[in-house]
Design a protein around this ligand. Sequence first.
Ligand code: SF4
Length: 200
Amino acid sequence: MAIEASETPVGSMVPDGGSSQEPATIRLYGTAVDSIVDGPGLRFAVFVQGCTHACPGCHNPESQPACAGTVESIDSLVASIEANGLVGGVTLSGGEPFEQCAACLVLARRLKERGYGIWIYSGYLYEDLLEGRPDPLAPDLLSCCDVLVDGPFVQELNSYDLTWKGSSNQRVIDLAASRAAGRVVLWQTSDSFPEVPASW
Ligand code: SF4
């Protein structure tokens, strides 16, 4: 359920676990309830509003202004995802999810509790996110996610032959394996595909 939009970008910089200060809303560019292009399997894609990267050739330029889009209740968004019994995973994309880090963290934690696999796209690099840039909560959000597709879109490196990414500089990173190894480990398609709902 979309609720009244304001001119204020939605939540960031709240203390970890501080439930009274957790954002209850997230500003969205849109959703795709049955995406097959934002990661493996049938996924619910959440496109957040707002991105400062301004990549030339951006596929969603309307998603860049921070105060556009619609403000959505996170509870309602989770309910919409749960109501879709076919999706086994959720992808957070944009816009830039890490520029609504607190709201995306609340959403990702709730989805993780419910057993969803979570992919996340970012124009920031994994190494910067691990260091808490652009938001101190970035490492916490990463810890809720299974795969990160990182780096800005570079038009000169665009190819339609690439899998799950738009330009060859971007990396599809297996976050659990990277955490365990202490270095970047790329996601291997054969390890996780197909991703299907537990009810299948
Ligand atoms: S990071 Fe993505 S949404 Fe943001 S400007 Fe670049 S291509 Fe567009």
